[in-house]
Design a protein around this ligand. Structure first.
Ligand code: URP
Ligand code: ZN
Ligand code: ZN
Length: 490
C-alpha cells in the first residue's frame, strides 16, 4: 500500500494530476454493449474510447489483452469505522477503500451516523475528517438516528450545500435507531421537499424486540437465535409498509440490504405498478443461507451475524430471480466487518454480537462468478448492478458507472479466466474472518484505475491515503427528475 497509514499525519494530495494511462487491447463492457477498444485516460478522466489508440507521451500502458474493461464498481452501502455496540468496524477509510480498490471498486457510499441529539451537520464534519484517508472516491448517506425540528432543518443545508442527498431511516433496532412511522412519514415529506432520496432498513422492530426477549428468557442465547429473532416475514411486512408510506408521500424509496424473498416480491410489485422503488441486495444474500448459524463453532456462527440475517434455503434463489426480472437492481456489500474477538463480546448473549460482515473486497468477484458464470447476468447487466444503477439512484451517473468521455477514469480490468480462492488469510480487509472463506471464484480484477490513478496492478496494491475525493451529490429536481445529463433511477 502507498504512503500514509490510518491515523494522523495524512496529507491528502489530490492536486497532483494523474499521468495519462492507456488501457490497451481489452474488450470494453458497458451497459450498452461490448466492443474491442482501448481506453485513454487523461487527467483523471476518460478521454477517448477507440481502436488502436497511441500510447500517451509520458504515460503508462496497461495491457488488457484477454480481459474485460469495465466501469469501476460503485458500492452504495459501506460502514467504515462505524461505532457499534461499544466497538468499531475493523476497517477504517484507508484499509476499507484499499481493499475495495484491490477488487475493482472505485467508489463507496458510506454513512454519517449522528449520536442521538447530535447535529447532523456536526456529525458530517467529523465524519469527513475520518474519511480524509480514503484512497477511492466516497460520498455519504445520512443516518436518521433521531428525529426532531433540528434534524429536519439541517437536512436543508446537508442537501443543498454539502451534497448529502440520501437519508437512511430504520424500522428496526428498537431503543436505538428505530423511528415510529409518524417520524418516518415526516422525514419522507422532508426528503420530498429537498429532492433527497430516503432509504429504508426494513424489519419489524417491535416484533424483533419481542422475539429477542422471548428467546433470551428461554435461555436460547447463542448466535442461531439471532436469525430466529428476525424471521423473513418481518422484513416483508416492513418493506410493504414503508413502500406504502413512500407511495402516499409520493417520494422515491431505496430499500437497502434486501435479504428476504417477501421483500423482493413487494419491491417487484411496486415497480411493476410504476412506483420509484429501488431494491439493493448483497452478494452474501445471493449465496449464503441460514445453515451458517447452526455451526457449533461460535466464531463461525457469530461471524455471520448481521441484520437482516442470512435466510433459509430458497431465499437466495428467489433473490436471483428478482435480480433477473429487474425487481432488485443494485448490489452493495453493507461492509461492516468485525474480528472474531470483537464478535466474542456476544458469547453469552446473541443480542450483544456486533452486527455485520465484510465483502467490499470481493463484491465484483462474487457477483461475476455467481451472476455471469452462473448464467443469471450478462456482462452488460453486471455493469448495471455493480455500478451504473447505483450511480443513477444516487445522482452520480454518468460521472460514475459509465466509461463515457468525460466520466471519471474509474476502471476495473477483469480477467474472466483467472481464478482466486478467497480467504481471511490473504484478504486486505482488516479482519481475521471471511464469510467467503475457501470459495473459488473465476473472473478476477487484475487492474484498477481510480480517478485515473493506477491503484491496483495485478497483486500490487498502490492505493494512497487521501487520494479519494468526497463526492458532493446533487439533489433530484421537482418530481425527482434527475439533474441535467443524467437518467432516471432504475
Ligand atoms: O448488520 C448490519 N447490517 N450492520 C450494519 C448496519 C445496518 O443496518 O446496515
Ligand atoms: Zn441497515
Ligand atoms: Zn448497512
Amino acid at each position: 500500500m502507498g504512503s500514509g497509514t490510518a491515523g494522523g499525519g495524512i496529507v491528502p494530495d489530490q492536486s497532483v494530476t494523474p499521468q495519462p494511462v492507456l488501457v490497451r487491447g481489452g474488450t470494453v463492457v458497458t451497459e450498452e454493449g461490448q466492443r474491442r477498444a482501448d481506453v485513454l485516460c487523461v487527467a483523471g478522466k476518460i478521454a477517448v474510447v477507440g481502436e488502436r489508440l497511441e500510447a500517451p507521451a509520458g504515460g503508462a500502458v496497461i495491457d488488457a489483452g484477454g480481459c474485460l474493461v469495465m466501469p469501476g464498481g460503485l458500492d452504495p452501502h459501506t460502514h467504515m469505522r462505524l461505532p457499534m455496540m461499544g466497538t468499531h468496524v475493523a476497517d477504517d477509510f484507508l484499509s476499507g477503500t484499499a481493499a475495495a480498490a484491490s477488487g475493482g471498486t472505485t467508489t463507496l457510499l458510506d454513512f454519517v451516523g449522528p449520536e442521538r441529539g447530535q447535529s447532523p451537520l456536526e456529525a458530517l464534519r467529523l465524519r469527513l475528517g475520518e474519511a480524509a484517508i480514503a484512497s477511492v472516491d466516497y460520498g455519504f448517506h445520512m443516518t436518521v438516528s433521531w428525529w426532531g425540528d433540528r434534524f429536519s432543518e439541517e437536512m436543508g443545508p446537508l442537501v443543498a450545500e454539502h451534497g448529502v442527498t440520501s437519508f437512511k431511516f430504520f424500522t428496526a433496532y428498537k431503543g436505538a435507531l428505530m423511528l415510529p412511522d409518524e417520524d418516518i412519514i415526516r422525514g419522507f415529506v422532508r426528503c420530498r421537499e429537498l429532492g433527497a432520496l430516503p432509504q429504508i432498513h426494513a424489519e419489524h422492530g417491535d416484533l424483533i424486540a419481542y422475539l429477542q426477549a422471548k428467546l433470551l428468557r428461554q435461555g436460547d442465547v447463542g448466535p442461531s437465535a439471532h436469525a430466529r429473532s428476525r424471521p423473513s416475514q418481518l422484513e416483508g411486512e416492513a418493506t410493504h409498509r414503508v413502500i406504502t408510506i413512500a407511495e402516499i408521500v409520493d417520494v422515491p424509496l431505496y430499500v437497502v440490504h434486501v435479504s428476504a424473498a417477501e421483500a423482493a416480491e413487494f419491491i417487484g410489485r411496486a415497480r411493476r405498478r410504476g412506483l420509484r422503488v429501488i431494491g439493493e441486495t448483497l452478494p452474501g444474500f445471493l449465496a449464503i443461507d441460514d445453515a451458517v448459524y447452526q455451526d457449533p463453532d461460535f466464531d463461525q456462527a457469530a461471524g455471520h451475524v448481521m441484520s437482516p440475517p442470512f435466510r433459509p434455503r430458497g431465499h437466495p434463489e428467489a433473490l436471483w430471480r428478482a435480480v433477473e426480472d429487474g425487481a432488485l437492481t443494485t448490489t452493495g456489500t453493507d461492509h461492516c466487518c468485525f474480528t472474531r474477538e470483537q464478535k466474542r463480546q456476544g458469547k453469552d448473549r446473541f443480542t450483544s454480537i456486533p452486527n455485520g460482515v465484510g465483502s467490499v473486497e470481493d463484491r465484483l468477484h462474487i457477483v461475476w462468478h455467481l451472476g455471469v458464470n452462473g448464467g443469471h447476468l450478462s456482462p452488460e447487466r453486471f455493469v448495471s448492478v455493480t455500478s451504473a444503477n447505483a450511480a443513477r439512484a444516487y445522482n452520480l451517473w454518468p460521472r460514475k458507472g459509465s466509461l463515457q468521455v468525460g466520466a471519471d477514469a474509474d476502471v476495473a480490468v477483469l480477467d474472466p479466466a483467472r481464478t482466486k480462492t478467497i480467504s481471511a488469510r490473504t484478504q486486505r480487509q482488516r479482519t481475521d474472518f471471511s464469510i467467503w472463506e475457501g470459495r473459488e471464484v473465476r473472473g478476477v480484477v487484475v487492474h484498477t484505475l481510480a480517478g485515473g490513478r493506477h491503484v491496483y496492478a495485478d497483486g500490487d496494491l498502490r492505493a494512497e491515503a487521501g487520494s479519494g475525493r468526497f463526492l458532493k451529490r446533487a439533489p433530484f429536481g421537482p418530481a425527482y427528475e434527475p439533474a441535467a445529463g443524467q437518467r432516471t433511477p432504475r
